[in-house]
Design a protein. Structure first.
Length: 368
């Protein structure tokens, strides 16, 4: 934890060496909701319970995990592992280690991440990506507090606190058969729900000022000022990419801004075209986001969360919403969408909104 003039701040160690798009590199607790979360996290840190951090991508889950470790009494290392970064064939060897000759290419024995975190904290990011076979083995390790390396039969005791994180709803994954219920209960002893940035708007401007200071120093340039229009835009934007997106936007604005001032046109936000100094109009109050801008923002959020089958789900949502809006009148729905009734009927049948029966066809002939 570092004290700053902005608010209470968490940062990654060696943050300057991390790529912009990998993770959130700073987390500020200024908003009332954030401060309540911080108090909860610090109470949890004093225990030795397993922790499950749930939150969207880019919200700072690893920063919370590191703070839990720092505030605990554990003197061992903090080890972070991204479960989605390894293939199904390698994840077991990475987590639990292997002996020489355990598989092709294993020329010497190697300790896994559990052994590396001995006496400390193991952070499993994106734990929802673990294959089911691996979930069984992880559950056994958590129950027995020992690991068995690949190619060995000798159990190795481990003293490790597990902090897991996910950006998917594990309860839904359990219902879909993609995640084990017993493992979910074992991980979810001390849950931490990390709200998205749009739900803790009091943190937005402190984060903006932190990243302005951070990148101004790295670029060896004077700190620019924020225009009122840019401030309004930053505060009103939904931030589907959360802190990670905010950092990228601020960094880019510092590169393109002129005359020591960040204008609204310097912000690379969806729905806001980048403007040059020559083309930028006089400063005016930005118009509120229209419906298409809101849809674009929501789409960015879905893409950032790696939502499966995005195209099909949005297509179904479009026809379902339009059909309901027009009170299930096919003529009005086709007119609203700007398509023919034949195309509309094909899509309505596809999504189970109408049945292809003689009665239904007669209804369509009557204009319903």
């Amino acid at each position: 934890m570092t004290s700053t003039p902005y608010a209470r701040l968490l940062t990654l160690p060696n943050a300057e060496q991390a790529a912009l798009t990998i993770r959130a590199k700073a987390l500020i607790f200024h908003d009332a909701k954030s401060l309540a979360l911080l108090r909860q996290v610090e109470r949890i840190a004093c225990s030795d319970a397993n922790v499950l951090i749930m939150g969207e991508s880019g919200t700072g889950k690893e920063l919370v995990a590191r703070h839990i470790h720092a505030e605990s009494e554990r003197r061992g290392p903090f080890v972070a592992v991204n479960c989605g970064a390894f293939s199904d064939n390698l994840i077991e060897a990475e987590l639990f280690g292997h002996e020489a000759g355990a598989f092709t290419g294993a020329q010497q024995a190697r300790a896994g991440w559990f052994e590396a975190a001995q006496g400390g904290t193991l952070f499993l990011d994106e734990v929802g990506d673990l294959p089911l076979a691996m979930q069984v083995k992880l559950l056994r390790v958590l129950q027995e507090r020992q690991v068995v390396r690949l190619g060995s039969r000798r159990p190795i005791p481990v003293d490790v606190r597990l902090v897991a994180a996910t950006n998917v709803h594990l309860e839904q994954a359990v219902q879909a058969g993609r995640f084990r219920l017993d493992l979910y209960y074992r991980l979810n002893v001390a849950p931490v729900l990390l709200p998205p940035l749009r739900e803790r708007t009091g943190d937005i401007l402190p984060l903006v000022h932190y990243f302005i200071d951070y990148y101004s120093q790295r670029m060896d340039s004077d700190r620019p000022r924020l225009s009122d229009e840019a401030t309004q835009m930053l505060r009103a934007y939904a931030w589907p990419g959360n802190i990670r997106e905010l950092e990228n936007v601020v960094h880019f604005a510092l590169i393109v801004c002129q005359h020591g001032r960040i204008e609204a046109g310097d912000l690379r936000l969806p729905g806001l075209p980048l403007q040059t100094a020559e083309s930028r109009p006089p400063a005016t109050t930005p118009e509120p986001c229209d419906g298409l801008a809101a849809i674009r923002s929501g789409l960015y959020r879905l893409l950032d969360l790696d939502t499966p089958h995005v195209y099909e789900r949005i297509e179904e949502l479009l026809f379902t919403a339009a059909f309901a809006y027009c009170q299930e009148n096919q003529v009005r729905t086709a007119r609203q969408l700007g398509i023919s009734r034949n195309i509309l009927r094909t899509q309505l049948k596809r999504f189970g909104l109408i049945r292809d029966t003689g009665l239904e066809a007669a209804g369509e002939a009557a204009g319903t």
